[in-house]
Design a protein around this ligand. Structure first.
Ligand SMILES: [Mg+2]
Length: 272
């Protein structure tokens, strides 16, 4: 197996460590990895090693270009051909389906081990979904703007609900609900976008969630990873047991307070 050597920043330890990981799917808290020049075909779902992280993570390569930054960026027009090839070949959709399938297969055994014969009402099982590029996607909008997205366009997208549903994860959500598992949505969108977000999700067939958690003035200054970890901890503090958390960013998954994280591809932007 080919391996790649990564210098990984460990935010909790305040240190940098050398990590050896399989070359297909790599990751890092705070940094990225990538597969610039990658073929358009779908990748494989496998464990993703994140130094210092307490949540086991499974997923696919995010296919982000390596732009040498640990803060937010969009891929930009220079990567348009590669991203469009990945999308148009069906590789993007296939990877989303593969990760959703893996998450679905995780839930049953987890329920049996965690709840046994205890009713869902007593056991209170839960799963956590991110929203953007997890349940709905702005791929078309990004593609039309050279894989960048100015803030005004992002706000317009939310208000007008230009996002399309991602069917594999919508179906994953529905499958969890059928098992009596509560669905929590945790998004980096602001509280001011609540009504538009709820309406758009329902319009796209995403319904029945237990709670939608958005960024408030009190949590706005937190990093995405800290904000989402804090939100999951709050869910557990209210008596829920979180099986998996699924999202397109490592910051949706790291930090504990879930039995397993599932990483979806997102070749368009990195949140950090
Ligand atoms: Mg997202």
């Amino acid at each position: 197996m080919r391996c790649i050597f990564l210098l990984v920043h460990r935010p909790h330890a305040g240190a940098t460590a050398l990590v050896i990981v399989p070359s297909l799917a790599l990751a890092v808290a705070g940094s990225l990895l990538l597969n610039a020049g990658a073929a358009s075909a779908a990748g494989s779902v496998q464990p993703i090693n994140v130094a210092g992280n307490s949540t086991p993570i499974t997923g696919v390569d995010q296919r982000l270009p390596s732009l040498g930054t640990t803060s937010y960026f969009t891929a930009g027009p220079g990567f348009a051909d590669e991203i469009e090839s990945y999308h148009d070949s069906g590789g993007y959709s296939s990877d989303q389906q593969a990760v959703a399938t893996a998450a679905g297969q995780f839930l049953g055994p987890w329920l049996a081990n965690t709840c046994g014969d205890t009713s869902a009402a007593m056991c209170r099982p839960a799963v956590v979904f991110d929203i953007d590029e997890t349940l709905i996607t702005d791929y078309a909008l990004y593609a039309a703007n050279g894989f960048t997205l100015p803030g005004n366009l992002s706000r317009t997208s939310i208000i007008k609900c230009s996002s399309a549903v991602i069917a594999p994860t919508r179906d994953l959500l529905r499958a969890a609900q059928k098992e009596g598992v509560a669905v929590f949505l945790i998004s980096g969108r602001k509280e001011s976008a609540r009504l538009a977000t709820e309406a758009c999700l329902r319009n796209r067939g995403v319904t029945g969630w237990q709670e939608l958690i958005l960024k408030t003035p009190a949590t706005q200054s937190l990093s995405n990873a800290a904000y989402k970890t804090k939100a999951r901890a709050g869910i557990e503090a209210r008596g829920w047991r979180i099986s998996y958390t699924i999202g397109d960013q490592l910051s949706d998954l790291t930090g504990g307070h879930a039995a397993q994280g599932f990483l979806l591809p997102n070749p368009m932007y990195y949140v950090g």
